[in-house]
Design a protein around this ligand. Structure first.
Ligand code: FE2
Ligand code: FE2
Length: 276
């Protein structure tokens, strides 16, 4: 339903409301999903279609204009929608992950649905409708690098959701700087949920980590170049958020130290302009 239906409203139906037969067979026998696996492209109606068109996210110092906050939330909502679909993909792709893991994915997926709706409601209040701007395929571009359960959690949870721990810190601070406490509160709620999501991913990761290699080495072994650990953090890094999510001191340090050829390309002057 989430992958096979092109309609946004179907992608937002809570799993407790899905029509499932005995043993939740729907999860693995979704005909639409079978069709989907042949293409790796989720169905999307024209108003929410993904594209390669560029859409710039407003600079932090420009969040004094409500419309710019709305456009930023449009970006975040797009990430949430992709996360909803990719969790649905993961649930179908890894049916043998174990009941606990699958249930964790379902819960994360439902919280992504809630995040999407909180962002959408707020962006509407600020004069922006979902689909007004191009929707990129940031997460879906990495689907080929998520073909095992361990790689799935390394890319989705430890990298994308991990980096979101940094971005939520940055945006919460920037919005408080500009006095938009209502949006800052939404971002804080998302941050608290994302800590749980990263923890769920980390549990899968820890369970599969071989005894003879450390967590950082294992993490690197799951990533396929040019996807590097740089993608697991924002342009500002908040190590305390990773400690909270349960990573080892060693991992948190190594991630902080990590650089690749793209490190340093981000202009950090915006951060100073909003007091970060
Ligand atoms: Fe989320
Ligand atoms: Fe998440």
């Amino acid at each position: 339903m989430i992958l096979g239906s092109p309609d946004l409203k179907d992608k937002l139906i809570r799993y407790s409301d899905w029509k499932m037969d005995e043993d939740e067979a729907y999860l693995v026998e979704d005909k639409d999903a079978t069709k989907f696996f042949n293409t790796n492209i989720p169905a999307r109606s024209p108003s929410i279609i993904m594209s390669d068109a560029k859409s710039k996210i407003p600079r932090l110092e420009h969040l004094n204009y409500p419309r710019n906050i709305g456009i930023s939330l449009h970006h975040f909502a797009n990430h949430e929608l992709m996360a909803i679909e990719i969790f649905a993909w993961g649930i179908l792709k890894f049916p043998n992950a174990g009941r606990g893991v699958l249930h964790g994915f379902l819960k994360s997926m439902q919280e992504e649905q809630e995040h999407f709706q909180m962002y959408e409601k707020r962006m509407n209040e600020l004069g922006v409708q979902f689909g007004d701007k191009p929707l990129n395929r940031l997460f879906w571009k990495q689907i080929e690098k998520m073909q095992t359960l361990e790689k799935f959690t390394a890319v989705l949870s430890i990298s994308f959701e991990g980096a979101n721990l940094d971005y939520t810190q940055v945006y919460k601070k920037a919005l408080e700087f500009h006095g938009d406490m209502a949006t800052a509160e939404i971002i804080e709620k998302v941050y608290q949920d994302e800590i749980k999501h990263v923890k769920r991913g980390l549990a899968v990761f820890n369970r599969s980590q071989p005894d003879d290699i450390d967590d950082w080495t294992y993490f690197n072994s799951l990533l396929e170049y040019p996807f590097t650990p740089r993608r697991a953090k924002g342009y500002m890094y908040y190590p305390e958020t990773r400690i909270k999510a349960g990573f080892s001191e060693h991992f948190v340090q190594k991630l902080g130290d990590y650089e690749d050829e793209y490190t340093g390309r981000v202009n950090k002057s915006s951060l100073e302009k909003v007091g970060i």
